[in-house]
Ligand binder design. Structure first.
Ligand code: ATP
Ligand code: PRP
Ligand code: MG
Length: 212
């Protein structure tokens, strides 16, 4: 039996066409069922439903043989104990620094101001500002980062942007690009050795499906 870790919502929605293409359609809709282990049309493959940030952990410890995780989540996790064979090119967005429309971020940085930055992505933010030599105090939030500058919790945020609708709705603007984000297939290296005959074809099929 092969176990695939997925998260509900965006990752599942954008993975569904790939899963269908390789014969792994789910027996139940993860958005509706309360079950956390869901069978697929392939009797040798089951899916476990976990939080997006927990996918790398399940795969790292071998509780899942493979999973689909955003490169944002993988960067925070560190990727230790994970084989990352494929960029699936789904759930694409950008990691950026954003600030209020009226805030002169460039000048603040030039003047060496110490900035308060709110983010869910502490590791990515720390690395980004350290590489630029910008002094920051990081505030760890778990969501709705766009709110922080509006209520005086932070000067800027590090978060994901896709359409830009959330930034616009909250009168924020992108002040720096950090990196493009997409979801990756991740595999437990021990599983790959022990179950190569079962896992190899699934990984190859994901590759073909992702290339369209
Ligand atoms: P949770 O809701 O459990 O806190 P989450 O917010 O990380 O987790 P999702 O919003 O489903 O869960 O995001 C899952 C992944 O999808 C992210 O890790 C990222 O790679 C990608 N993603 C997040 N937001 C967007 C977006 N607006 N557009 C495209 N991809 C996105
Ligand atoms: C993500 C991200 C941004 C928004 C960006 O939030 O954290 O807030 O999408 O997308 P946009 O540029 O298209 O507006 P999400 O919708 O996942 O909400 P949540 O994680 O706070 O539940
Ligand atoms: Mg989200």
């Amino acid at each position: 039996m092969i176990t695939l870790a997925l998260s509900k919502g965006r990752i599942f929605d954008e993975s569904a066409p790939l899963l269908a293409a390789i014969g792994l359609s789910l027996a139940e809709d993860p958005g509706k069922t309360r079950k956390l282990i869901v069978a697929t049309k392939n009797p040798g493959v089951r899916v476990i439903i976990v939080r997006a940030t927990d996918v790398p952990t399940y795969v790292q410890y071998g509780a899942a043989d493979l999973g689909i995780a955003g490169s944002d989540v993988l960067a925070e996790h560190g990727g230790v104990g994970l084989y990352q064979p494929l960029d699936l090119a789904i759930a694409k967005c950008r990691m950026v620094v954003a600030a209020p429309e009226g805030f002169d971020y460039e000048s603040a940085v030039k003047q060496g101001a110490r900035l308060r930055v709110a983010t869910k992505y502490i590791g990515t933010a720390r690395e980004h500002f350290a590489a630029k030599g910008v002094h920051v105090d990081l505030i760890h939030l778990y969501g709705s980062m766009e709110l922080a500058p509006l209520v005086g919790l932070a000067d800027a945020i590090v978060d994901l942007v896709d359409t830009g609708n959330t930034l616009r709705a909250n009168k924020l603007k992108v002040v720096e690009e950090i990196e493009p984000i997409s979801s990756r297939l991740i595999v437990n290296p021990a599983s790959l050795k022990l179950k190569r005959s079962a896992l190899g074809p699934v990984i190859d099929a994901f590759g073909k499906a992702a290339r369209g």
